[in-house]
Design a binder for this molecule. Sequence first.
Ligand code: ZN
Length: 851
Amino acid sequence: MKDAAPQTIYLSDYTPFGFVVEDVHLTFRLAPTATRVISRIRFKPNPETAGRTFFLHGEDMTLVWAKIDGAPIEPEVTPEGVRYDVPDAPFVWEAEVEISPATNTALEGLYMSSGMYCTQCEAEGFRKITYYPDRPDVMSIFTVRIEGDEPVKLSNGNPTAKGDGWAEWHDPWPKPAYLFALVAGDLVAHPDRFTTMSGKDVELNIWVRPGDEHKCAFAMESLKKSMTWDEEVYGREYDLDIFNIVAVDDFNMGAMENKGLNIFNSSAVLASPETSTDANFERIEAIIAHEYFHNWTGNRITCRDWFQLCLKEGLTVYRDSQFTSDMRSAPVKRISDVIDLRARQFPEDQGPLSHPVRPESFQEINNFYTATVYEKGAEVIGMLKRLVGDEAYYKALDLYFTRHDGDAATIEDWLKVFEDATGRDLAQFKRWYSQSGTPRLQVSEAWDDSDGQYTLTFRQQTPPTPGQDEKAPQVIPIAVGLLNPNGDEVMPTTVLEMTESEQSFSFEGLASRPTPSILRGFSAPVILEREVSREERAFLLAHDTDDFNRWEAGRDLARDCLVAMIRDGAAPDDLWLDGLEQVVRDDTLDPAFRALMLSGPTQSELAQTLFERGTTPDPDAIWAATERLRDHMATRWKLWLPDLMEEMQVYAPYVPDADQAGKRALGSALLALKTRLDKGVSAQRQFDSADNMTLQLSALSQLIRSGTGAPAVQQFHEQWKDDRLVMDKWFGLQVMASDPRDTVEVTHALTQHPAFDWTNPNRFRAVMGALAGHHAGFHRRDGAGYDLLADWLIKLDDKNPQTTARMCSAFQTWTRYDSERKALMRKALQRIKAKPDLSRDTDEMVTRILG
Ligand code: ZN
């Protein structure tokens, strides 16, 4: 049931719960529409607070009976929970409730997916399972009994006993309710074992539906690598006898770190060369690592309240990116992360949804699992590490783990361990957690020939964001290197620590005026504003010793070239294309890096750049310019394309490692150019001979783009119609590769396909996410893209508010566009807002976006 007026929760209102939960016993009698949950919970007054209001959260359930200390009671029941006057002394709460997992389409709480019972409790889903103080600072020890005919019955912790039709689990580690999990169904295990650094033997299982067993090996290898890495790099060991992972088809997000029982979207576990792309393999490896790393950063040390979400998410994203850098290529990972940050976090931070890494208020916490909390949260940790140095970073982390093990902690606790470990004052640094918006960093330079002194002057300024008109200066680590005119490094990477609004740094004793390489490795999540000549950028593209900035120089040239083409109809910039050609053909460089060089800014990134430079983006002009540029590149490079494509062929058996994946990535970027010349002949050849999904899908993409894809689309469908994850690709690609004039019609036609199961989040996102991501197609001048997305969001809201609300962010940039498009987007948003019984999730998002 929906509240009349949405309630706002404030960080400043935090108070501890009046009671401590000593332990919890739960019994589940499983039945699809009438599951009974019997709870026995021991409470005692919390000595840390005087408040004694006894309110237990509980939603969408029927109370069968309740008792206190064995005596039946009749508590006051509201749509949000139960209230009762309890003794100011220890007591036992018991209750039985009935819930209906089979009709739970929100995929939060206990629900069913492909005939199997599963749970999702973060952030506030446990309150849909039984009455409980559903807040992360209430931690307790859970014992769970599951009764049902399902052959496999799992919960957190270690298995303690089982018999015919029942199983019992005990988790010795105190945990908040959001980490509770239960799974029951007809599942098969892919088993393995791991010996921890102290010699403890751990049973590992990946549980999947029968038929998917052959798609588990890669995830299992990733898990073992993650366990070893966390021991070696952070000294963190696993702490139970068993670690289970379950793959579920219907899931709102990627995966969930429930203690000892991680639950995954099947797209984040299942992989085989025939059905998964290189990108899928890399994503699976990263998500397995991410959830495993949460065992320490999230579970052993959890969050006091949901405002502290970045405490576990920012840190865990940072840790999984370190892991991927170590397993694969560090520069390629850094560049990919920055591309992702600019694509997802920058628009958020510069629009109506802008919020601090640690938000100060919310209506629906599910709406704050954002790129800002996760990815900017991880950037903040990277900056901290850059400022204090590696050694001090690991010293602070050791202190964090010893001091806060078992705690529900805060950002204050986190920063305090760094202050105590390093003696630094982090009061100003803390603004990264409270101040929203992307800082802009302006640079000017001065050269004194007489004494060889070179000076860089920086000015920082953050535009106002919703609720924050005034911005104070932040601590910005600026990694700088200096190159001499030959391209030799005369000053290696040095981290300048900027703390003022305007600040100068001088470098002495230089023989000639240097070329600066600024913000190396993207040392802070800011927008660098610097007037640089094309010649200087081309020089950095050719010579920068920092891989990230070398890529960035190429990207800047590409952006400038495209902006000139879009704004003034300029011709493509040959200076840049010559520099790019050098890099792309340089066989001493990693093919993955060369592929990133060639990939160029996306259309939405160009829209973002135009907006940052004060121009209203025109999606049709952006599309036309990128097409013109790609045609120009293909023609210009037609003589050497075939040879380089041949060099990128992999003849060894498929493995999803960084080396092979890099070659395929460059190969497919070249195929995209080649297809512009041969109208799909090479793509068809690749499609026909492909023995792995990476090559098959990149070929299919080019065939569709060339307008000759119809037979291949059919053939692909025939081959893969029984594989849900591959069919998600089939759905998504047809939209992604469509001509912008047809995107809406293609999307609409796919929604009429019998396999368009729109209640499945993966399928819905495959189609509607692709529509929202097709810049020129979505922003079609007549608003048909906006209307189609709005229609489907309105439809999905009744079933799945979480996924609906997330996808509303497709409209977050609406104010940047021309007045016609703006009006059309506003109308679509208002139409969503006017839907009767709109969920709290979607209502909050649409209201914030409208501003
Ligand atoms: Zn996480």
